[in-house]
Design a protein around this ligand. Sequence first.
Ligand code: NDP
Ligand code: MG
Length: 391
Amino acid sequence: MKTIVILGSTGSIGKSLLKIINKDKKSFNIKLLTAHKNYKQLLRQAKLFKVKKVILTDKKTYNLKKENFTKNNISVFNNFSELGKILTNKVDYVMSAIVGLDGLEPTLKLIKYTKNIAIANKESIICGWNLINKSLKINKTNFIPVDSEHFSIWYALNKKFKTTNVKRIYLTASGGPLLNISNKKLNKIKLSQVLKHPNWNMGKKISVDSSTMMNKIFEVIEAKKIFNIKYNQLSILIHPDSYIHAIVEFKNRMISIIAHDTTMDIPIYNTLFDDNKSYILDKSYSLDLNKLNSLSLKNVQLKKFPVVKILNLLPSKSSLFETALVAANDELVNLYLKNKIRYNDISSLLIKEISKKYIVIMKKKSPTKVSSILNVTNLVRSRINQQIHIK
Ligand code: NDP
Ligand code: MG
């Protein structure tokens, strides 16, 4: 029986993982599930999978709803400070799938308590990779990437992180829902159109990031950190159908092209099983090879996706600049979702903000503590909000 923990079990990634586990329930013993506010879903999951311990991080929800858990003999905690009581031995597998930078501390805390950690939470990797990597080494914990592009690169590298024989890695991008809409029309674009991703069903934030190409910029940073490769060895290719997730060109000119159907179930399943439990991924998951007849791989157009310029501004060493970039984009996407700025403002204000001196100097500062990452996040968020308010 595999012992496991899911951080963010009520989210899109968490639910996909539980759906897979549900097909082979007897092979798993779930030690801990966590959510922020969605206590109903968390309770349902805990009952279905006979989980005895859960964490509900939102204070108000925890105070109002903790009895719903205790009367079902489920211990409920409000934060991660008592992990030592919850997990007495190292578990076999942790899935880190909280959204946003709030996932960083829990991810770092869990590394000590697991043999393997699959990390979906992009923000943790982009802002805190050096802290994560250090802890992985100290605690001898294996890391598995979950994001489909990074999972595919890792798969092409035979489940290793060694890239000395790699010439170039291409990350594919669908181009999102606005790929074929003229720039002129973008300022009048409706939110519903922005959120309507052609191939993937995802949360609002990541859907907006896919439409601006910011999601792919983040994934390039993720890839650089995870695989310890140079930015000039990473490229983005537009591939509207999203069947191919990564292309790895080796120095010997051999090329690995990794394809799978457009569902996160496939990388998630593969982070969990080494063996071939093929009945879990039935034939509905196999890709019709006819679909690979017209791949239409293209370079990204800078005019269409101005945020691609940001690739030239990234420092070669891990720095607090990446955190500032994540925070600035987060805040601008929030403002857009609240109808405070227009769609095109997301990219133009982002490029303007990260070119300011207070952010540029962060390129020389290494993210050595969680507190410095959180401080930069708060600073950038409040600077952006002040400006929008003054406007
Ligand atoms: P969701 O928004 O669907 O789920 C987020 C989960 O985190 C929920 O369980 C939520 O709980 C919990 N959560 C939210 N806020 C907090 C908080 N402040 N503290 C603790 N827990 C919190 O996100 P996704 O599952 O889509 O994505 C998770 C991560 O994986 C993200 O970083 C995303 O970028 C990355 N990712 C996602 C992909 C996808 O296809 N969805 C693909 C690749 C990467 P509650 O339900 O109670 O709010
Ligand atoms: Mg991805």
